[in-house]
Write a protein that binds this ligand. Sequence first.
Ligand SMILES: C[S@@+](CC[C@H](N)C(=O)[O-])C[C@H]1O[C@@H](n2cnc3c(N)ncnc32)[C@H](O)[C@@H]1O
Length: 322
Amino acid sequence: MTQTSPTEASPNPTGEPEGPTRDLSGVRRGPLIAGERVTITDPKGRRHSILLAEGATFHTAKGAISHDDLLGGPEGVVVTSVGGTKYLALRPLMSDYTVSMPRGAAVVYPKDAAQIVMGCDIFPGARVVEAGVGSGALSIALLRAIGPTGRLLSYERRADFAEIAERNVDNFLGGRHPGWEVRVGDLATDLGEDAVDRVVLDMLAPWECIEAVGGVLEPGGLVCCYVATTTQLGRTMDTIRAHTGFTEPTAAEHIVRDWHAEGLAIRPNHAGIGHTGFLVTARRLAPGVVTPARKRRPSPGAYGPDYHGPRPPGVVSDPAGE
Ligand SMILES: C[S@@+](CC[C@H](N)C(=O)[O-])C[C@H]1O[C@@H](n2cnc3c(N)ncnc32)[C@H](O)[C@@H]1O
């Protein structure tokens, strides 16, 4: 999807967050107003994101569209470009916004953000820590789920990414969520001691943060790590096991397949999202409690001579690789 920035076709003269909403849900109702974003879709499904401004024009390959044709009216309307092409205009959903907003780092995809909110049991009023904040896509989903009474503490090592994320999140919500704090720093070393209910890690090396996370999670609280590769997945699982203060971690990949259904032509869509990532989840045990020893032996060769990572307690090197 193409996007106009405030300095391009659609200036945002106030510099205020786009489309202010009072409840910080990011959802607006009523007539379209200057300063908010709409997505227009052409007959081929090509989408453009427009920041509405009085008197502005959006230029497409099929001719210009006047913003004034949209302002003051409802969403869900069709506007016609000077060249005669019809465009459907709707306000972007959270899932549209997070994949089209300006990016510093790669974002958590909507299908995975949805699974994190459910699998990690993020609830209204929860105290949540996340790292890294990247572009802020997951922050938006977490802030919505914790609601106005929750607290989200977001760590990001890179100040430039933190800035992009803050802009994206504030723009979407229509202002600053009162319970959101962004700290520029490394979660592994800079996490304080305040107790939290949930921790979500989306970074290259979440295993470096497990010790710190174990120090702040409430008993029964969840940690969820989003990792892209199988090597990260294995190291994260074994580090959580080796910590001994968590339940046996679970690992899952969530696959969504869109379908084409038209008359007798009913089949999976040819195009779709490929691999995004894996989710590793575990719960914190009470202080001093150690994960009960597993009755099951590790898979043959799992911790053989080629394995050099952390070892769960009781697992010794297996020279035979059996
Ligand atoms: C894939 S991005 C996160 C994307 C973000 N969750 C989103 O949905 O937009 C990973 C980010 O983690 C940050 N990072 C990596 N290790 C970190 C650490 N130990 N503490 C804080 N931030 C970290 C990186 O700088 C990077 O911006």
